[in-house]
Design a protein around this ligand. Structure first.
Ligand code: LER
Ligand code: MN
Length: 273
């Protein structure tokens, strides 16, 4: 059965980003539980920003799970990239992600590599950038495996990276890295831009996909855009997907409104019976 989650952003520099809740971790947890979500996904400045004890208490108090932890603040705050041609820069990016993996692991929550994949930099070709990314992912997947954790890799739309834009290309990368705990995060917003058919790509990538970013065509809560979600939900049900569908969407019309709309849509598409 698909699990539901909402995103909570704790990075002030990303306050205009596509996250349901911004700041106020205790209040966000209370709202998530009130609306019936199974978990929260945290976007934090670093792996040491949230005290594990405090998070453990909040999750227990509200009966929530930690669905995943985003690592994009490494790019936003520090300009880090896992495909950096400079070995010192690449190692700093890996160290940053390792911290996030170590933070999420005790909660059973995988780290997400989205923006941290970077782009082809000066003096690189797309192939050499991809090789650097592969190397980073191999190291990080091994680090996550030692902690019995999955690592999530997220294809992004062409305006955010020139490296991996589709689920199929992500699956190729997964095979090149040769790590069974590396899974693809399928973000329905990016897929709406890049895939010929979201549902066909979900079916084709079923063995690779470990997490969903549940978003409509315009990156608002599902129900506020024009993506045909019925066939996508059917494809996920057909493949027996049992991971999280986490709302990574703009707080439109506000955080509460986005969370409520997500909760309604989630029930409509994934809790029919
Ligand atoms: C991260 O999950 C993502 O989808 C990127 O677009 C970050 O902006
Ligand atoms: Mn995403």
């Amino acid at each position: 059965m698909v699990q539901s989650a909402v995103t909570v952003c704790l990075v002030p520099e990303a306050r205009r980003g596509p996250f349901v809740f911004h700041g106020d971790l205790p209040g966000s947890c209370a709202a998530a539980r009130e609306l019936g979500f199974d978990g929260i996904e945290i976007f934090a400045p670093s792996g040491s920003y949230v005290a594990p004890g405090e998070l453990k208490g909040l999750l227990a108090e509200h009966g929530l799970r930690l669905a995943a932890v985003g690592t994009g603040a490494g790019m936003i705050l520090h300009g880090l990239s896992l495909s950096d041609s400079d070995s010192t820069g690449r190692e700093r990016a890996c160290a940053y992600v390792r911290e996030m993996i170590a933070f999420g692991a005790p909660f059973g929550a995988p780290a997400i590599i989205g923006s941290m994949q970077g782009r082809t930099g000066a003096g690189q070709t797309p192939d050499s950038a991809l090789l650097a990314l592969e190397r980073s992912l191999r190291e990080l997947a091994a680090y996550a495996a030692e902690r019995d954790q999955m690592l999530l890799f997220e294809p992004l739309n062409r305006y955010e990276t020139d490296l991996i834009n589709t689920v199929a290309h992500g699956a190729d990368l997964r095979r090149a890295v040769e790590a069974s705990n590396l899974r693809i995060l399928a973000d329905l917003f990016h897929m709406n831009i890049e895939e010929a058919s979201i549902e066909e790509s979900v079916l084709a990538g079923s063995a690779d996909i470990g997490h969903i970013h549940f978003a409509d065509s315009n990156r608002r809560a599902v129900g506020f855009g024009h993506t045909r979600m019925d066939p996508v939900a059917r494809a996920l049900a057909e493949t027996g997907f049992s991971g999280f569908a986490s709302a990574e969407v703009f707080p439109f019309p506000d955080s509460r409104g986005a969370a409520e709309r997500t909760a309604t849509s989630f029930r409509k598409f994934f809790r029919k019976h």
